[in-house]
Design a protein around this ligand. Structure first.
Ligand code: NAP
Length: 331
């Protein structure tokens, strides 16, 4: 029997997975739910990444690990990073940081769908400069939505429709409303479970799903719709009575984000729709996400999984880091 070593056509110490990876100096932007998971993953990649600094809003003291904790963005860029990993909330600081990264020739990996969706110019500029600019975690958390769209396109498929439950918080809240729990208590439970932010309006009013649609549209159709211009229903437009009435008739309300190719072009909407309870998109529970991708060839791909939470989201960010390393640090 041939041994494993004999089967390789290069010496083990020159195996491309180890020998060709460059070392990246990384600045983490934010260290909350997502980036604390990313930090733990990066600590398991010695020799490939080095943490140059971590930026947070509140100052940290020296006892919080052996890292340079900073609150000043410019000082963080002065550490000379190759890569920034952005897991800041949707805020002016995040927009400033990503603009600064592109200006200074620093690769970007981000989980921040809001900023990436409303600033398509940053991605375009980064790509023109040959920089890495990846945001797998921004859509679907751990569900590989953007990756699947890119793969379908690369295989020559023409995508005609993408439809799904893209906002785990709304889905979680809808699940509680279906049990007869009122809005205030359902939102409080989502916040206590760590799925809803202090101000949950971007999730419940459909803006978060609209931002994700804008990113899918960029990947699928090379267009950059303004997330604020995508028509969206608000969960607050539904009453608990309507939701319970639908349940009695075998229907479940879901916040459905949809992109479809129509005669007039690509149409994007975020709608609250009552689906038959055995429909794949109606069976999505709690904070899960699910997406159907239809192609002109008749191919339909259905993805589902954890749409939020530290482990799946940090896992997606880390897969972008590994892809950048495998690509020799280039975009
Ligand atoms: N959580 C998820 O499951 C998930 C999934 C997909 C995408 N995302 C996206 O990932 C991003 C981060 O989410 P998260 O849940 O990790 O948020 P988070 O837990 O609230 O953490 C945010 C971090 O950003 C820091 N920060 C906030 N404002 C800042 C400012 N002005 N300057 C410097 N640092 C600042 C905070 O600092 P302090 O620690 O000092 O407060 C904190 O470390 C968001 O854009 C979110 O939409 C999250």
């Amino acid at each position: 029997m041939m041994s494993l070593v004999a089967a390789l056509d290069y010496p083990l110490d020159l195996a491309p997975t180890t020998a060709l990876k460059p070392r990246l100096r990384v600045v983490l932007l934010g260290c909350g739910t997502v980036n604390s998971g990313v930090l733990a993953g990066l600590e398991d990649m010695p020799g490939q990444v080095e943490i140059a600094a971590i930026v947070t809003r509140r100052p940290r003291n020296e006892s919080e690990g052996a890292y340079a904790w900073l609150t000043d963005l410019t000082a963080a860029f002065d550490t000379g990073p190759d890569l920034v990993i952005d897991a800041l909330p949707d805020c002016a600081a995040a927009e400033k940081a990503l603009a600064l990264a592109v200006e200074r020739g620093v690769h970007v990996i981000s989980a921040n769908k809001a900023v990436i969706a409303r600033r398509p110019d940053l991605e375009a500029k980064a790509r023109r400069a040959g920089l890495g600019f990846a945001y797998s975690a921004a859509v679907g958390g751990g569900v590989p939505v953007l990756e699947t769209v890119a793969r379908l396109k690369a295989s020559g498929e023409t995508i005609t429709r993408v439809r799904g439950v893209l906002n785990g918080t709304s889905n979680f809240v809808l699940g509680l409303l279906e049990k007869g729990i009122g809005f205030d208590d359902a939102i409080a439970a989502a916040q206590a479970a760590g799925f809803a932010e202090e101000d949950p309006s971007a999730d419940l009013d459909g803006l978060d799903a609209a931002a994700k649609l804008a990113l899918i549209a960029r990947a699928a159709f090379d267009i950059a719709p303004d997330p604020y211009a995508i028509p969206a229903d608000s969960l607050f437009d539904l009453s608990v009575g309507q939701i319970l009435g639908a349940r009695e008739n075998g229907l479940r309300y879901r916040q459905l984000a949809e992109l479809s190719v129509q005669a007039e072009g690509v149409v994007a909407t975020v709608r609250l729709q009552a689906l038959p309870e055995d429909h794949a998109l109606a069976r999505v529970e709690n904070e899960e996400n699910a997406v159907e991708i239809d192609c002109a060839s008749g191919t339909r791909i259905v993805l589902n999984g954890k749409g939020a939470g530290q482990t799946p989201t940090a896992g997606s960010v880390l897969s972008d880091v590994r892809a950048l390393l495998a690509n020799g640090g280039a975009g």
